[in-house]
Write a protein that binds this ligand. Structure first.
Ligand code: ATP
Ligand code: MG
Length: 238
């Protein structure tokens, strides 16, 4: 297996508050790896640092064989690391098609971009039906689909998803999780941050449990799903 992402002893702080306190993990090409954990554990901070939006205090990030420390965010996207952020951040006044086009802003292969827009519509038919509609008029779940579709438009080697199921109905959530499985089957490597531990661990090859800035437990998705402490803390069992 090829290691696509290697994170070593990563530390990130906001002023004096250390939000990520020295975490290490890796993502193999073709895998789905999930970071789970309670509010404030440092999951979003980790993804934002990998994307180059936050500067780490210390630690190494190697992506596709190349160190990312000091590389600006737009270059990181160009290297093949895409981020679908928490809270979606779509452009509400632009149409769905325009939002998708913006996801390809670093590409200039017009025909390829058009093909990938069609692929996003195949993945999420509702987006195709509403393609001329302002993105701000979509439902929460549909906006989440658009955010995922937009992140895919850079043809990433690694797709990072920050809480794709947040605020969604059970049916919408199932649809999003099913799409993540489809993307994996198509060979997309995914780093998935989720509060919904059950859903995330069910489809992940590997998982890491974060608590207040540290990874406290790691294992295969199935191992963690059956781990007693995980079941108690994250799956609501006692
Ligand atoms: N811009 C910021 N300034 C100061 N502190 C911040 C900032 N952003 C996050 N933090 C703090 O860093 C810690 C980690 O936050 P982070 O958003 O990474 O957590 P998270 O695991 O994504 O949580 P959630 O599941 O609630 O999204 C929290 O204690 C949070 O309050
Ligand atoms: Mg978060």
């Amino acid at each position: 297996m090829t290691t696509l992402l290697e994170v070593e002893d990563l530390r990130v702080a906001y002023g004096k508050i250390e939000a990520v306190k020295g975490i290490s993990f890796s993502v193999e090409a073709g895998q789905v790896v999930t970071l789970i954990g309670t509010n404030g554990a440092g999951k979003t901070t980790t993804l934002r640092t990998l994307s180059g939006l936050l500067k780490p205090l210390a630690g190494k990030i190697i992506f596709d064989g190349q160190p990312l420390n000091g590389v600006p965010a737009h270059k990181i996207v160009a290297l093949g690391l895409a981020h679908s952020p928490e809270g979606r951040h779509i452009f509400p006044r632009l149409t769905i098609t325009e939002n998708l086009q913006l996801g390809a802003y670093l590409r200039d292969d017009k025909a390829g971009i058009e093909k990938d827009i069609q692929r996003a519509y195949e993945l999420f038919p509702i987006l195709g039906e509403r393609r001329k509609q302002a993105a701000g008029t979509l439902s929460g779940g549909e906006q989440q689909m658009l955010a995922m579709g937009r992140a895919l438009m850079s043809r990433p080697k690694l797709l990072m998803l920050d809480e794709p199921s947040m605020g969604l109905s059970p049916i919408m959530m199932q649809k999003i999780m099913q799409t993540i499985s489809e993307l994996k089957a198509q060979g997309t490597t995914i780093l998935l941050v989720e509060q919904n531990a059950q859903a995330a661990l069910s489809l992940a090859d590997h998982g890491h449990v974060m608590e207040v800035g540290n990874i406290v437990l790691s294992g295969t998705g199935q191992d963690l799903l059956h781990d007693e402490s995980v079941r108690k803390a994250y799956l609501g069992e006692d």
